[in-house]
Design a protein around this ligand. Structure first.
Ligand SMILES: [Zn+2]
Ligand SMILES: [Zn+2]
Length: 304
């Protein structure tokens, strides 16, 4: 809760005029507890888990023929009912695990020192902190994910997430409850190392989940703005991890590609990409004769 409730009190405390954003923030949060503001994440996550995957359902429904060329595993088509079942399972996990985790994890946010006060962070500060959060999360998630692919980790926990060998957007948060809890650690590590404002924290939780949904969408859409982010893995990178399945020792990273490159866990993926490129070039010259290789690779040579 802010130590002042009016604009004039805030301006005299800061010694300057409030910006429009700061005035809006003050008016909205002055009488709300920090705990309540932290719990906004539950609402944001519910909206993101529900609406972002719907975007992919809609473009599939409305522009099926034109976006179909960007589907990474075109041979796997789930029905609307199957997608809704995935959403129901995710929502059950949301109510039983994600929501309660948010409700009880507030003391850690207090300990970290996430602030709700004025002044608001600058855009520069927000972008710099979000970059740190993504890099820290990507690195730690890489190693936890690798651990989850050991025999015990996979059989007991991670195989639930791998039920979708051709992932869909709704399946991004589809996982065993223990995995949901474990992967909360890398998400909290960045904010713990570089604590910021509650707005930055909200953005971090929202953007990370939106990134995961895009990564699991099953579509490698060329006009996606994430294509401009250096070393960004995206749907194509993570889709391969699901495609290989339980035996996968490839493409463990959640966001970027460099960990898999440095630790040599993207060799299968890069080999497959080379084969797909050859197939694509061969298809141009020799239409139809490469069907066997295409079936073996299971992926769409046009989706690059
Ligand atoms: Zn995995
Ligand atoms: Zn996944």
């Amino acid at each position: 809760m802010l130590p002042y409730t009016t604009v004039s009190a805030a301006e005299s405390a800061l010694g300057r005029t409030l910006t429009t954003a700061e005035t809006l923030w003050l008016n909205h949060t002055a009488n709300k507890s920090d705990y309540l503001l932290y719990c906004y994440n539950i609402l944001f996550l519910f909206i993101i888990f529900s609406l972002c995957p719907l975007y992919y359902v809609l473009i599939e429904y409305l522009f099926g023929n034109s976006v179909g060329v960007y589907k990474i595993q075109p041979k796997v088509q789930l029905s609307f009912g199957e997608k809704m079942k995935c959403y129901r399972d995710v929502m059950r996990m949301f109510v039983l695990v994600v929501g309660p985790l948010q409700l009880v994890s507030y003391p850690s946010i207090q300990m970290i020192g996430i602030r709700t006060s004025l002044p608001l962070p600058s855009i520069y500060e927000i972008v710099a902190q979000l970059t740190v959060y993504f890099v820290v999360e990507d690195y730690t998630n890489y190693w936890i994910h690798r651990f989850l692919h050991c025999k015990w980790g996979y059989e007991k926990i991670h195989k639930v997430h791998h039920e979708y060998t051709a992932p869909i957007a709704f399946a991004a948060p589809y996982a065993h409850w223990a995995e949901v809890l474990i992967l909360g650690i890398p998400s909290a590590l960045g904010p713990a190392m570089v604590p910021g404002h509650m707005i930055t924290f909200w953005l971090w939780i929202a953007l990370r989940q939106m990134e995961a949904i895009e990564t699991h969408s099953g579509y490698d859409i060329p006009w996606n703005p994430t294509k401009f982010i250096p070393f960004y893995g995206g749907a194509d990178h993570h889709d391969y991890h699901h495609y290989v399945g339980g035996q996968s020792h490839s493409n463990f990273a959640s966001v970027f590609t460099y960990c898999d490159y440095i630790y040599g866990t993207d060799k299968g993926y890069r080999y497959q990409k080379r084969l797909l490129q050859q197939l694509k070039e061969g298809t141009r010259n020799n239409e139809g004769k490469n069907q066997g290789l295409q079936n073996f690779l299971g992926q769409n040579p046009k989706a690059e």
